[in-house]
Write a protein that binds this ligand. Structure first.
Ligand code: COI
Length: 355
């Protein structure tokens, strides 16, 4: 399929103060859209002006939350080159989400091409400051106007992009985390391993509870026993206990994070003992009390690596590494950024240079 370009007017200009970008509030002049109908497949791929979508109020996504998305970034190197980071992994994961949500798959190389062409169209918007990047948000919604609960025949795939800074207001400073026992994010057999918007909608209630208690995010426990740690906020979670790097296994309720996978691969090349295994919240508490717990950090595309300084569980607050970012979190952060921005060798060929 050929993408049609309809650039329109370039009415917005990129923000000049990249230090105060925040996350996800600013968007560029263009977006990618492509439609699907069950009888003809995907059609009309267009890069056109950024703007509101026209949706029938009966569109199924508005009623039954049939929406999936991805999160990726474009990075500008010191010499002006622009890179994507493992974009094929996002394309693959989008299709895994699509299958689970009964939505049509998108050709994976076309997905990457659409991302690339949109970033190139708005390449002036890729920030020049290290730590800032162009966030890329591919998404798919069911657009068929039909109120009965059935598998829709019509969909829209779109991509929007915008310059971002740190995801958390804390930046690389440690976050404060609240362990939710009252609410869950995902249950076995559910959609926890997909990037379905609905997973994020149901997380808001627990997040509000955490915020009201003075914490940044929720640490989610498993739905069945409420003791095995799953994810933190919108990110995967890692613990360093007695020099072992531990992260919960991918058993269907956890998002298979691309940064999670990159951390694991990097750790293995650094000869760090890595375990993808269940970790009980009581094991964590004991490890804090004995001094064996050295670090906790979150990983995700938006947050990159985000150290955790305090964890609240059942009326007690546990301090991690004196409330400071740990050396391993810093090392992963620095090394990932160096690869993403083209400042270091790329032994795994994760970078894709697009300009
Ligand atoms: C990402 O890390 O890119 C995500 O998709 C999290 C998001 C909900 C901001």
């Amino acid at each position: 399929m050929e993408i049609t370009f309809n650039k329109g007017s370039q009415e917005k200009i990129p923000p000049t103060d990249e230090a105060t970008l925040g996350f996800g509030k600013v968007f560029t002049n263009h977006m990618f859209t492509m439609h699907y109908h069950h009888d003809k497949g995907w059609f009309d791929p267009v890069i056109g002006p950024y703007g509101p979508l026209a949706l029938d109020p009966a569109a199924q996504c508005l009623h039954y939350a049939q929406e999936i998305f991805e999160g990726m970034k474009a990075y500008r190197g010191d010499d002006g080159s622009i890179y994507l980071f493992r974009p094929a992994e996002n394309a693959k994961r989008m299709n895994i989400s699509a299958r689970r949500m009964c939505m049509p798959e998108v050709d994976e190389s076309f997905f990457v091409e659409a991302v690339k062409q949109l970033v190139l169209t708005d390449k002036e918007w890729v920030p020049r400051t290290k730590g800032a990047s162009l966030y890329i948000r591919p998404a798919m919604i069911a657009t068929e106007a039909a109120i009965g609960v059935q598998i829709p025949k019509e969909y829209l795939f779109f991509i929007i992009v915008g310059p971002v800074g740190a995801y958390y207001p804390e930046g690389f400073n440690p976050t404060r985390i609240y362990v939710s026992e009252d609410f869950i994010r995902a249950a076995p057999g559910g959609t926890g391993a997909t990037k379905a918007g609905a997973n994020y909608a149901i997380s808001l209630y627990g997040m509000r509870q955490a915020n009201e208690m003075g914490y940044t995010q929720v640490l989610w426990l498993d739905a069945v026993e409420r003791r095995f740690i799953e994810e933190v906020g919108t990110s995967n979670i890692f613990f360093v206990i007695d020099d072992e790097l531990i992260t919960p296994p991918l058993e269907g309720t956890i998002l298979p994070g691309i940064i999670r996978n990159s951390v694991i691969q990097l750790a293995r090349t650094w000869d760090i003992k890595v375990s993808e295994r269940r970790i009980d919240i009581h094991e964590m508490v004991k490890a804090v009390q004995s001094g064996a717990l050295q670090e906790v950090f979150a990983s995700g595309t938006a947050a990159v690596i985000s150290p955790v300084g305090h964890i609240y569980y059942r009326g007690a607050e546990y301090e991690i590494n004196k409330g400071c970012a740990g050396p391993l979190a810093r090392k992963f952060y620095d090394n990932l950024l160096a690869i993403q921005y083209g400042l270091a060798a790329d032994p795994f060929q994760w970078r894709v240079k697009i300009a």
